[in-house]
Each structure stands twice: as C-alpha cells, then as structure tokens.
Unconditional design. Sequence first.
Length: 212
Amino acid sequence: MLIERKNILSRFAEHLAWATDIDIATAWATSNVGLRSLRQPVAAVRLRAIVGLWGKLTDPATLRTLAEIGELRLVEAARRFHPKVFLFRGSGRLVAWVGSANFTSGGFGMNEETLFETTDAAPVAAWFDRLWIGCEPLGDHDIDEYAASRRRYPPQETAPPAPPKATAAESTPASLLPKVADWRGYVDALEQCDRWWKRRCGWSVLGEMNSW
C-alpha cells in the first residue's frame, strides 16, 4: 500500500489507535503533528526512536520530547544517517512504513512525501533491532551538548547560500500585498519578499533552514 502526503497523518492516527509499540528511525526530527499525537494520554505506546543529527537539522526540543515519551538512541553526528522507517506493533499485528518522510513537520504534512506500507515487516523489524543494539542511549547531558553546539554552529551556517543582488525596482514586503490579484501574483510577491529578507537577515520562507 502506498501512502501519499494527504494520507500520512490520518494513517498514522489509525495505527496509533491499535499499536502498543512504535519504532522510528529518522534522519531528522522536528516538532510535528505525529509527535504531538504521541504525547496524548490516549496514545500510551512504548516508543523507541533512533534519530540522526547530521547537518544539525534535528531540533533539540524534539529530542527531549522523544526521550520523555520513550527511549531515544542517537546516530553519531558525523554519520550521514538517512533512513525513514516506522514500525507499528500490537494485537498480533506488525506493520512497517519505509519511504521518504522524516519525522518532521515537512515529512508529516508539508512536503510531497511517499511511504510504502507493508505487513511483510519482519525484515524491517530485524533491521531496526540490529540498528538499535548498535546505537548509544541519549541522555539529558548529550542533548544539552548537542543544543549548545547547534547554537554555536546553526544549520544555515553549514552551507550558506549567496544572497541575491539587489535590484533597483525592489518593493518592500508591506507594499506587495495590495498588488496581489491572483495566485500567480501571490507567488511573485512571495519570491520578492524572499529576496528582500535574504538580503537583510539571511532568512528565507522558501528555503530549508530559517524562515520568516
């Protein structure tokens, strides 16, 4: 069964209703609707999560939340850990998701993602168990150190894009809204705002890092 962006959250909620154990292996983790669902009292699942830190895209606050909900293990920061695997267990059932969606706001709603769902999940479960054994538990001190490192070297500093050159006819963001009359105009205004803020603050609403 192929799960597309429009189905990810609803399908996750369906599995959360019956699963007693959930395993997650994700390249990056940030706050998202799926994470908030796991925090609900009705969830009451045993969680094991393996999270990558490459590029410092994972949010320390999300690491703390995962550690509070269940058990958290870490793949070292230098390792380019890129899997996106979800396992749901309970009531004699085992379901696996394997695909492109990280456990992030982008993966669970914003991005165009796909996940393949299968009940032939024993090989996936065995892979996760081997990975779990090979990873170190992550404690509060480890998260504190990662958060401090991330403050010193934020994600956008790893490969900062060159700011676009200013143009003579540049409009300020506040002046653009009254000119928007259709969808194409909205997209054009958004791109102009993006260029305006990039030049002044290094922020981007269209990029993968900071956003205004």
